[in-house]
Design a protein around this ligand. Sequence first.
Ligand SMILES: [Fe+2]
Ligand SMILES: [Fe+2]
Length: 185
Amino acid sequence: MADVETQIVKRRLPGDRRSDTRAMIRVDQAGETGAARIYAGQLAVMGGRHAMAGEIRHMAGQEQRHLDGMNGIMVRRGVRPTIFGPLWHVAGFALGAGTALLGPKAAMACTEAVETVIDEHYGEQTVALADGSDPALRAMIDDYRADEVEHREAATAHTGGGAFPIMEAVIRAGCRAAIAVAKRI
Ligand SMILES: [Fe+2]
Ligand SMILES: [Fe+2]
């Protein structure tokens, strides 16, 4: 009976704010999938010879490292991926390609918006893990977050900051909604 009670207590209820590292890994793996696909979409449109392509390829390589890391920890810990994985795959590419079609500055504005949300998101996880409950995950998050901040700052250097305010607000809202969904399912 005690076991059943423990299980009930341990189950996460909607609105439960305690840190749940399995949900963290699920949402982070989904986010890194989306990020890798955004840069892939941008490169597909811009081609290898564009002046910004080298910089974007560098970011894409870092996103692949993040994604490999999240895939690894997900498998090691037996965390199931979000059921919306295929959607992140397609939506990320579409977002990258779509903004790149508007021009290099719009592509960088997209990066600025996405990385702003990811920095916030990883920052919240760092705070949640400050209790020392999962040092391995926290080290990964802090490591990746430093890259995300670098991406955002590189993008802002190109746009001057907030060059496409409405588009960026829509992208930020979309990213926040996707994170909220991936935490649960
Ligand atoms: Fe990343
Ligand atoms: Fe990034």
